[in-house]
Ligand binder design. Structure first.
Ligand SMILES: Cc1cc2nc3c(=O)[nH]c(=O)nc-3n(C[C@H](O)[C@H](O)[C@H](O)COP(=O)(O)OP(=O)(O)OC[C@H]3O[C@@H](n4cnc5c(N)ncnc54)[C@H](O)[C@@H]3O)c2cc1C
Length: 459
């Protein structure tokens, strides 16, 4: 690695949050130096080619929200995006052993067989209910109070399994469904808010549907990194961060064994919360304590390749999720399965399907410690009754992420407000990443842009 320069801006972490922050600084003419401990940019965005399959190891699909879309357009990267096939809007929930279509819009809630007549009536009564303060409620409490238990357990719970690998009883309403909480606060009703949003201008929401690139999300991250004038320094771990005089001093260890110090006027920490806590302990022990307490869900990914002729059930649509109650009742470890080759044809050899099975989450934290063969065995045991797999599928590697997805609980918004105030008092420092304000790729990206915007003004 080249010797460490003295720079305007250091971005620690070349995941999507760090790359977004670096691109935003660069657009303002700042000199940016990005360091990452890993051997490639993209953080958890990783794609492998295995036996003719294109296998995601981290995120599988992304939403393209407005702030990200604007940057991709500026960087000439919008054309690299590939929208998932139209069938991807059909998502399924496992109920009583069969896959039931999940409602795809507020209007289709009334037609879904996932809710009984009582559940639908309860849902429709929502605008008549008095409003209350939801800031201390879990998602489950909030949704049950507003929309009824059936909606909470049968629709929202599985959705949160898909996004957070989390538990609706622990996740905080305000952190996870801030927009819905705000609709209740302002309009007195979540349903009225949803209706108003359905008729609002779509252009304000970014691209519709979910996306990747033809080659997957690892290459997408690489394309972003290639837009930087100075490539990220890889294999470089920031060990300490200290304010000295008017600059931040970062001590960096490189894989080659060299230690060096980087001086930067401004620093974005775009690393997971534990790493940020370790780096901030010296500057503000309270911030370190607050960040350290953020829980993450583990995820185990088991991609399987299977000949279509081996499947006795049709594989179509986005994939399916296993609701908590169904999973617990049946003793399942599987949280869900994405039909990746249906979303993005070309991800599997001809006449084959690529199934991305997800296990673990807060529901089965311990599975991450099981050996690969046991994990594969559990996956097939859970998957077989649903898809009817005859013969042996190709196991395309087991991926373990011990701290995959942050779990914003009831106190998360308060926690992050306190963190924001305290970090705001540290000159030239900002935080970005999936624990800051939303766990998806697009949210992490947006947090990187915001971090840069917060710091760029005084440049
Ligand atoms: C298995 C899995 C599946 C997911 N599925 C989806 C999905 O389908 N759709 C979606 O939108 N989101 C999904 N997510 C979430 C999304 O991928 C992440 O929220 C997002 O990519 C996080 O980006 P980040 O830049 O904040 O962090 P990361 O990608 O974690 O990047 C942080 C970087 O910081 C570096 N780093 C850490 N400490 C140091 C240090 N001290 N010095 C230098 N570098 C350091 C790391 O090496 C890493 O590269 C998924 C996440 C996982 C793990």
């Amino acid at each position: 690695m080249a010797s460490m320069p003295e720079v305007d801006v250091a971005v620690v972490g070349a995941g999507v949050a760090g790359l977004a922050a670096a691109l935003a600084f660069q657009a303002h003419g700042a000199e940016v130096f990005v360091v990452d401990a890993s051997d490639r940019p993209g953080g958890v965005m990783r794609t492998d080619h295995v036996r003719g399959y294109v296998v995601e190891r981290g995120p599988n699909t992304i939403e393209v929200k407005v702030p990200m879309l604007a940057v991709l357009r500026d960087q000439g990267l919008e054309d690299a995006l590939r929208k998932a096939e139209p069938a991807s809007k059909h998502r399924f929930i496992l109920r009583d052993g069969v896959l039931v279509a999940a409602p795809s819009s507020p209007f289709s809630l009334l037609g879904t067989s996932l809710l009984g007549p009582g559940g639908k009536l309860r849902l429709l009564a929502e605008p008549l209910l008095p409003r209350r303060d939801a800031s201390d409620e879990s998602v489950s409490e909030f949704i049950t109070r507003r929309l009824g238990r059936q909606v909470a357990d049968r629709l929202v719970g599985p959705f949160l399994t898909g996004v957070y690998a989390g538990d609706e009883r622990e996740l905080g309403a305000e952190a996870v469904f801030g927009t819905l909480v705000d609709w209740e606060r302002r309009l007195g009703s979540v349903l009225l808010g949803a209706l108003a949003a359905a008729f609002s201008r779509r252009s304000e929401r970014g691209l519709r549907g979910v996306y990747s690139t033809t080659e997957g999300l690892g290459p997408f991250a690489r394309h972003l990194a290639e837009r930087l004038h100075e490539p990220p320094a890889l294999g470089a771990t920031v060990r300490t961060l200290r304010r000295e005089g008017t600059a931040w001093h970062l001590s960096v260890s490189t894989e080659a064994g060299g230690d060096t110090t980087l001086r930067a006027g401004r620093v974005v920490l775009a690393v997971p919360s534990l790493a940020a806590a370790a780096l901030l302990r010296e500057s503000d022990a309270r911030v370190a304590e607050l960040l350290e307490d953020i829980d993450y869900a583990p995820i185990v990914g088991v991609p399987l390749g299977v000949a279509r002729s081996q499947l006795s059930h049709e594989v179509r649509g986005f994939g399916f999720l296993v609701p908590r109650e169904t999973g617990e009742a049946a003793g399942m470890d599987l949280l869900g399965c994405l039909f990746m080759s249906q979303l993005f044809p070309g991800r599997a050899p001809a006449d084959h399907e690529l199934l991305q099975c997800i296990l673990g989450g807060v529901r089965r934290r311990d599975i991450i410690d099981e050996p690969d063969d046991r994990i594969v065995e559990r996956t097939l045991q859970d998957l077989d009754p649903v898809l009817g797999i005859g013969g042996e599928p190709a196991v395309l590697g087991v991926t373990r992420w011990p701290r995959a997805i942050p779990q914003p609980g009831r106190a998360h918004v308060r926690r992050m407000n306190e963190v924001g105030t305290r970090v705001g008092a540290l000159p030239g420092l900002a935080l970005a990443g999936s624990y800051v304000a939303g766990v998806g790729v697009a949210d992490s990206f947006a947090s990187g842009l915001r971090a840069a915007e917060d710091l760029v003004r005084p440049l």
